[in-house]
Ligand binder design. Structure first.
Ligand SMILES: C[S@@+](CC[C@H](N)C(=O)[O-])C[C@H]1O[C@@H](n2cnc3c(N)ncnc32)[C@H](O)[C@@H]1O
Length: 298
C-alpha cells in the first residue's frame, strides 16, 4: 500500500520551487520577485523566511506545490500579495486583510504617530472615520492609555475585518465599531470627542481609472474614490467634525498628493479651526494634516 495519496507525493525541493516562483514573477514584471516568492511559499508552508531559506533542500509535497503554483499564478495576474497571504504589517503588527478592505499603507502609520504626538490625556475619546481594516483604531488602542475608541465605516464588510483584527490584536481594548456615513452613527447624547482621525477616500474618479491595475482592479473602489475632485469626503468631514469635538479637540487627516493647499484653504475658511499643519511623508509630500477646533472666546 502506498504511504501517501498522489496529492501528497514529494515533488521538488523548497529551493527549486522558490527559484521557479521567483523566475515566473520576475518574467511577469512583479517588483521584488524573490522576496514575494519567499513570502508566498512561506505562507503556504506555514514558516517564516529564515526557516524557509535554511530548509531549502527539503521536499515540498504535491498539494503544497500546487497551492504555491496557484498563488503565483494569481500574483502574476495582478492580485496584491497581501490579499494572497492575508496579512499586512502596520506599526509592527500583523493585520489580516482581504478584498473587503484597503491594504494599510506605510504613510498611514504617520497618522497614528501624529495622534500620539497630541499627547491626549488618559481616557481620551477618539473616533477613526473610515476605519477599514481597523489599523488606525487598533494601533491607537494599543499605543495610548485608556482611550475610548470608536471605529466607523460606511462598509459593513470592512467593519467585519476590523472587528476580527481587534479580537486578535486588542481583545481588551473595548473598541466600538459603528456602520454609517462619516460621523453620523454617533448619537447626540454621546460626550464629545477629543480626537477625530481619518484616512478618507481622496482619489478622483479619473485618477482611479489611471491607478495601477493591482490597486484599481482589486482594492475596494469606495475606499479610494471620493468624487470628481477627490476632496469631497475630506470637505464633508472638515465641515462635520467641529460638531462632534470638544473645543480644542483635534482633527488628523491623511490627504493625497497635491491636496495640501486646497485642504489648508478649506480648513482656514471654515473658521472653526486653528491654523492647520501638515507633516510630510517619506517622499516629502504633505500627507498628514493636523488642526484643532477653536476654543470659544471668553
Ligand atoms: C482609504 S480607506 C482607509 C482604511 C484604513 N483606515 C486605512 O488607513 O488603511 C477609506 C475607508 O473609508 C470608508 N469610507 C468611504 N466613504 C465613507 C463614508 N462616507 N463614511 C464612512 N466611511 C467611509 C471606506 O469603506 C474605507 O474603509
Amino acid at each position: 500500500m502506498a504511504a501517501c495519496s498522489p496529492m501528497v507525493l514529494p515533488t521538488a525541493s523548497r529551493g527549486d520551487l522558490l527559484d521557479e516562483a521567483a523566475r515566473r514573477l520576475r518574467r511577469a514584471g512583479v517588483e521584488g520577485p524573490r522576496l514575494q516568492a519567499e513570502l508566498l511559499l512561506g505562507h503556504v508552508l506555514g514558516c517564516d523566511r529564515l526557516r524557509l531559506l535554511t530548509t531549502d533542500r527539503q521536499p515540498v509535497q504535491a498539494q503544497a506545490a500546487a497551492n504555491v503554483e496557484s498563488l503565483v499564478r494569481r500574483r502574476v495576474e495582478g492580485e496584491p500579495l497581501q490579499y494572497l497571504t492575508g496579512v499586512q504589517e502596520f506599526r509592527s503588527r500583523e493585520f489580516h486583510v482581504d478584498p473587503r478592505v484597503l491594504i494599510p499603507r506605510p504613510e498611514t502609520e504617520d497618522a497614528v504617530e501624529a495622534c500620539r504626538e497630541l499627547a491626549l490625556g488618559p481616557s481620551a475619546r477618539i473616533a477613526d472615520v473610515g476605519t477599514g481594516s481597523g489599523c488606525i483604531a487598533i494601533s491607537l488602542a494599543l499605543e495610548t492609555t485608556g482611550a475610548q475608541i470608536v471605529g466607523l465605516d460606511l462598509s459593513a464588510e470592512a467593519l467585519q475585518v476590523a472587528e476580527a483584527n481587534a479580537r486578535r490584536l486588542a481583545p481588551d481594548a473595548g473598541i466600538e465599531w459603528l456602520q454609517g456615513d462619516l460621523l453620523q452613527p454617533l448619537d447626540s447624547a454621546r460626550p464629545p470627542l477629543d480626537l477625530i482621525v481619518s484616512n478618507p477616500p481622496y482619489v478622483t474618479a479619473s485618477e482611479h481609472r489611471g491607478l495601477a491595475p493591482e490597486v484599481r482592479d482589486h482594492e475596494p473602489r469606495e475606499a479610494l474614490v471620493s468624487g470628481a475632485t477627490g476632496l469631497e469626503v475630506i470637505h464633508r468631514l472638515v465641515d462635520a467634525a467641529p460638531r462632534y469635538l470638544v473645543p480644542g479637540g483635534a482633527l488628523v487627516l491623511e490627504i493625497g498628493l497635491g491636496q495640501w493647499s486646497a485642504v489648508r484653504q478649506m480648513i482656514r475658511s471654515s473658521l472653526s479651526y486653528t491654523e492647520p499643519a501638515a507633516r510630510p511623508d517619506f517622499q516629502g509630500i504633505p500627507r498628514i494634516v493636523t488642526c484643532r477646533t477653536r476654543s470659544p472666546r471668553p
